[in-house]
Design a protein around this ligand. Structure first.
Ligand code: SF4
Ligand code: SF4
Length: 96
């Protein structure tokens, strides 16, 4: 039996779907606790935890990774904002 589908399975990281978005997540990185929850729950796999560059002058404190959202693929579903334990992701109306 065959089923007609418009896209192949596993294509969320291939097809840029950001244009569908009505709301856009905006993250307050200063108050983010680097837990990584948003990256784990994003259904589009478009949040990556990235380590900031080390300051030139010292290696004393290693900066924690912070989430970076790829807006080419974010659909604005709001799951990240809903699941963030410290509520530092706000959904804002997309301006086009
Ligand atoms: S709004 Fe949805 S698609 Fe966009 S980053 Fe958050 S969880 Fe991912
Ligand atoms: S869920 Fe919230 S606190 Fe955790 S990494 Fe994402 S933005 Fe930061």
């Amino acid at each position: 039996m065959s089923i007609d589908i418009t896209v192949q399975p596993g294509s969320t990281t291939i097809n840029k779907t950001g244009g569908w978005r009505t709301f856009r997540p905006s993250t307050d990185l200063e108050h983010c606790i680097s837990c990584g929850t948003c990256a784990r729950v994003c259904p589009e796999n478009c949040i990556k935890m990235t380590a900031p560059l080390l300051p030139k002058e010292g290696l004393g404190v290693v900066p924690k990774p912070k989430p970076q959202t790829d807006y080419d693929f974010c659909k604005g579903c709001g799951v990240c904002a809903s699941e963030c334990p410290v509520k530092v992701i706000k959904m804002e109306l997309e301006r086009k």
